[in-house]
Design a protein around this ligand. Structure first.
Ligand code: IMP
Length: 336
């Protein structure tokens, strides 16, 4: 009756014969489309506790991408895009209602080469209208990322409606309460597996619930071209917001954009609350965090014997873990 589906912890990649002598042989580059290339397959989330100017500029210098959130005025967001456009790619989020066309035009004028239509339920007629209207105004020489979606049907629809890359994952984010509030969602891992079966020439961005480099490797192996990260980057020096101390620990605020706090701050009232406000440990420079994640990811590719993301996708083998296996997979030393 029910379709079986898997989340990150349900699966493991099988180690395979490797001839990789040094992890330096491993190339983690990826592309959103022809000529929109990146050294690392990492994109920071368009959230007000993750990506503003500092994060996006540093992501550019590290070879990834940061998407500027849309929870500010058109002028403020365009000013940030102007700053980022000097450092490389510049990507900005927009919605599908209100002043989004004016916002998109202003962001394009400020130098954005990637627009991200950022809505919670991307498989929606408003998305179809927005993609059409945007192509009529900003044209085809700008990359349009769209999402989020959970199913292959949605992925193909967004591709056919004109999206160039698609964010895949509904309800899996660390600060997300969509599944609790609405009963809807799909494990991000399974959504990647399903959407990667698409024959459309569109990049797949795995988004929501990625907790470590192991999840990054599983996402890429299952068919993602990129991963989008929120909680993993929110505690870095480059994320917006100040550190604060609680119980002797240095923290930074991290909140869902559909949380009560975020909604009250950016639109003065709340609609459906589908996120929470939380905090993450302050962890120093973005560079150190990215280096650690990419070192883990490189090691991951070497366990499959793959030198590139494409090779990983072609030769990776997943197995299902039992629940006892999943306990064994986490560090499980017991104090004596
Ligand atoms: P994380 O990397 O697990 O922390 O998830 C980050 C992702 O959660 C973002 O890229 C968004 O797709 C998603 N997200 C952001 N805010 C909310 C929210 O308030 N509710 C549900 N999902 C959210």
């Amino acid at each position: 009756m029910f379709e079986k589906n898997f989340c990150f912890d349900d699966v493991l990649l099988v180690p395979q014969l490797s001839d990789i002598i040094s992890r330096k042989e491993i190339n983690l580059s990826s592309s959103l489309e022809n000529n929109i290339d990146f050294l690392i397959p990492i994109i920071s989330s368009p959230m007000d506790t993750v990506t503003e100017s500092k994060m996006a500029c540093k992501m550019n210098s590290l070879g990834g991408l940061g998407v500027i959130h849309r929870y500010n005025s058109i002028e403020e967001q365009s000013k940030i895009i102007l700053e980022v456009s000097k450092t490389g790619h510049s990507a900005a989020a927009i919605g599908v209602s209100g002043d989004y066309i004016e916002r998109a035009q202003s962001l394009k004028d400020a130098g954005a080469n990637i627009l991200c239509i950022d809505i919670a339920h991307g498989h929606h007629v408003l998305m179809r209208h927005a993609l059409k209207a945007l192509r009529n105004t900003v044209g085809y020489d700008i990359h349009i990322m769209a999402g989020n979606v959970a199913t292959l049907e949605a992925f193909n629809d967004l591709a056919d409606w004109g999206a160039n890359s698609i964010r895949v994952g509904i309800g899996g984010g660390s600060i997300c309460s969509t599944r609790i509030q609405t009963g809807h969602g799909m494990p991000t891992f399974q959504s990647i597996v399903n959407c990667s079966k698409s024959d459309r020439n569109v990049a797949l961005i795995a988004d929501g619930g990625i907790r470590n480099s192991g999840d990054i490797v599983k996402s890429l192996a299952a068919g993602a071209d990129f991963v989008m990260l929120g909680s993993l980057l929110a505690g870095t020096d480059e994320s917006p917001g100040d550190e604060f101390v609680s119980n002797g620990k240095k923290l930074k605020t991290y909140r869902g954009m559909a949380s009560k706090n975020a909604q009250m701050e950016w639109r003065g009232h709340t609609a459906s609350i589908e996120g929470v406000t939380s905090s993450v440990s302050a962890k120093g420079s973005l560079q150190d965090t990215i280096l650690e994640l990419m070192t883990g990811a490189r090691s991951g590719l070497s366990y499959t014997g793959a030198r590139t993301i494409r090779q990983l996708q072609a030769s990776s083998k997943f197995i299902q873990q039992t629940s006892a296996g999943s306990v064994e997979s986490s560090t499980h030393i017991k104090l004596k």
